[in-house]
Design a protein around this ligand. Structure first.
Ligand SMILES: *Cc1c(COP(=O)(O)O)cnc(C)c1O
Length: 224
């Protein structure tokens, strides 16, 4: 199936879930995760009308930025970002989905020319070897980000465990939503936290039902 057809299929599925859960399509941004595909295939994604792209390794990311210069693209960095790589990549990142430590915020503060839209990554499933803050330490972390003027906390991000058990997946997304409400109740100027980045190929339907505003789709869109 071509990427154009896969994109159409995905949008149909998103529309169905939106209808069933009283959500609006326009409130959900589809990020195509192109981390596993080459530049020609990434171009196909853009030709299919998707302008939000997600990458997770600095070198291929920078290669794509260069090759696709002039295209209207919003770049999402979705992987754990090493502090020493910040300098090279930060000016090309429109959304960082993996802010998970103060040392990273510090480096961004030093290297970025303008504020960066960031998601704080939260570990909502303890059994997983995923990155991110524990839910109970997230509020204090976000408070501590206030002094970093280049960090604009637009939301929270999480990854659910890869399992067919929809209940445990749903519980991760619900945890993130609850945490968002708690943070929003503080009305932080530097952390409006209006967005939720959650949901991948196998669980975006549950994520939309639970309030996702950004979904990150790789394999079902660009996979073979
Ligand atoms: C790879 C990746 C995705 C996309 O996963 P698929 O299952 O291929 O849709 C989403 N988010 C993050 C953080 C990823 O690393």
């Amino acid at each position: 199936m071509s990427i154009v057809n896969k994109a159409a299929r995905l949008k149909d599925q998103m529309e169905t879930v939106c209808k069933q859960s009283q959500r609006e399509m326009q409130d959900i941004t589809l990020v195509a995760v192109t981390k596993t595909v080459d530049i020609p295939r990434t171009k196909e994604v853009i030709q299919a009308g998707i302008i939000h792209l997600g990458e997770n390794r600095p070198e291929p990311f920078l290669e794509k930025v260069k090759a696709l210069e002039g295209e209207k693209i919003y770049w999402h960095y979705i992987g754990s970002l090493q502090t020493r790589k910040v300098k090279a990549v930060i000016s090309h990142i429109d959304y960082l989905h993996s802010l998970d430590r103060i040392s990273l915020a510090k480096e961004i503060e030093k290297r970025a020319e303008k504020p960066v839209k960031c998601f704080v990554q939260v570990k909502t499933s303890p059994e997983e070897s995923k990155h991110g803050l524990m839910p109970e330490e997230t509020l204090a972390f976000i408070k501590a980000l206030e002094e970093y003027k280049k960090i604009n906390v637009i939301g929270l991000m999480t990854m659910a465990p890869y399992t067919a058990d929809k209940k445990s997946v749903r519980s991760c997304f619900q945890k993130l939503k609850k945490l968002q409400e708690e943070i929003q109740s503080h009305c932080f100027q530097h952390a409006t936290c209006t967005e939720l980045s959650m949901g991948m190929s196998n669980d975006f339907d549950v994520a939309i039902e639970e309030g996702a505003t950004f979904i990150r789709i790789g394999s079902s869109l660009v996979g073979e």
